[in-house]
Design a protein around this ligand. Structure first.
Ligand code: SF4
Length: 147
């Protein structure tokens, strides 16, 4: 049911054809993407990642820097909603489990939220993964072509 809702959400977000500048896009990522033994404070500053390759925080930082979008590793729903409601943010790519994505989409309405489900390689909430290609595709769908 949640998966169907997320598919419908992503379909209607694409249909809206929202196009914004890269800096107006926020990528919200769950903290559980970070390797559970890593001491780096990526929730405070994603660029504190040392790029050791033990988790996909590294890939997310590189991708968001390449595309010029904002990245936040949220410690909880409250932080995610606060960042999403920043008036400078016009479009959101959210990575999370289906339950969190459904809640986040509702709480950030009417902003467009492209949902990307994370992958449970080790069960829920620990050392999760994500398809970087899916995140890239979601970000690029929001980026306006230069004039
Ligand atoms: S890639 Fe970054 S966040 Fe992941 S374990 Fe290494 S230093 Fe920590």
């Amino acid at each position: 049911m949640k998966t169907a809702l997320l598919k419908f959400n992503n379909w209607q977000v694409k249909a809206r054809k929202v196009k914004v500048r890269p800096e107006q896009i926020l990528v919200l990522s769950p903290r559980c993407l970070q390797y559970h033994k890593c001491p780096q404070p990526v929730t405070t500053d994603p660029h504190s990642c040392k790029f050791c390759g033990k988790c996909q925080v590294m890939d997310m930082v590189k991708l968001c820097d390449e595309l010029g979008v904002q990245l936040c590793f949220a410690t909880g729903g409250g932080v995610a909603v606060k960042r999403s409601r920043d008036p400078k943010i016009k479009a959101i790519v959210a990575v999370a489990c289906a339950k969190e994505l459904c809640m986040g989409i509702v709480m950030t309405l009417p902003k467009p939220v492209f949902a990307v489900k994370n992958i449970f390689n080790n069960g829920p909430c620990v050392d999760t993964g994500v398809s970087i290609e899916n995140v890239r595709s979601a970000i690029e769908s929001f980026i306006a072509e230069p004039n």
